[in-house]
Write a protein that binds this ligand. Structure first.
Ligand SMILES: Cc1cc2nc3c(=O)[nH]c(=O)nc-3n(C[C@H](O)[C@H](O)[C@H](O)COP(=O)(O)O)c2cc1C
Length: 212
């Protein structure tokens, strides 16, 4: 069947992220076709370099990381968690991390941070305890990842709390049902501000998350 000068079987419209399984099924069918054009429902019409794009669809829909790197996504009300995460970024680089990206979930672009979570193979999440719960931007970030079927990653967890830390428990609750997630050791509790023990624990976490 032809629509104008384009064959129907050449028109492919696919979603990735949320619908990885469906995209994988479609890619199997596409493998037998001579694809001339890709018409995504939410993007530009693609007519050139199609092998490159189909490979991208394959990576995204199978939830494989694109790059070797660590995303540190954090919240910080007064700046202490931020300060600790900047130190952790230095430790990770000293330990040989190829790429470390820091994201302040309350200030940086949330969509970019979600994109980086999918791009890199490792994620570290850090949040203050907020009224016996999780700081809202962290909750929003993790629920968004869950909604998009985030999986196949190594995750490090760091909480801050001054009198009754509970953020790690809530972060773990959201990420535990995700598929093929490895939670790295140790899960770290900062009591308001980073100290020598925090730095020691962050070095252990860096080694664990970077280990193959
Ligand atoms: C509004 C508010 C509520 C908080 N609630 C708790 C809490 O329930 N339990 C707790 O241990 N710490 C609580 N804290 C302290 C923070 O978790 C954290 O220790 C502190 O903000 C230091 O981290 P930061 O400098 O990165 O913000 C609260 C802080 C604020 C400002």
């Amino acid at each position: 069947m032809k629509i104008g000068h384009v064959r129907l079987e050449d028109i492919i419209s696919i979603f990735v992220g949320k619908y990885g399984d469906q995209v994988q099924q479609l890619l199997k069918k596409v493998a037998t076709l001579d694809v001339k054009i890709i018409c995504p429902l939410h993007g530009p019409i693609l007519k050139e370099n199609l092998e490159f794009y189909i490979n991208k669809y394959d990576i995204w829909s199978s939830y494989k990381p694109e790059d070797d790197g660590v995303l540190i996504a954090y919240n910080s009300i007064h700046g202490n968690t931020k300060h600790a995460m900047e130190k952790l970024a230095c430790i990770l680089e000293e330990e040989g991390a190829k790429k470390v990206v820091l994201s302040d979930l309350a200030r940086d672009d949330m969509a970019e941070t979600i994109e980086d979570a999918f791009r890199y193979d490792k994620l570290i999440i850090a949040s203050p305890t907020y009224d016996a719960g999780l700081f809202p931007y962290m909750e929003k970030f993790l629920r968004h990842l869950k909604h998009k079927n985030y999986q196949n990653r190594k995750i490090g967890i760091i909480e801050n709390g001054s009198w009754a830390p509970a953020a790690a428990k809530y972060m773990k609750e959201i990420i535990s049902p995700m598929k093929n997630i490895t939670i790295c050791d140790p899960i770290i509790t900062i009591k308001s501000t980073m100290n020598e023990n925090t730095i020691k624990q962050m070095s252990e976490l860096a080694k664990d998350i970077l280990a193959n």
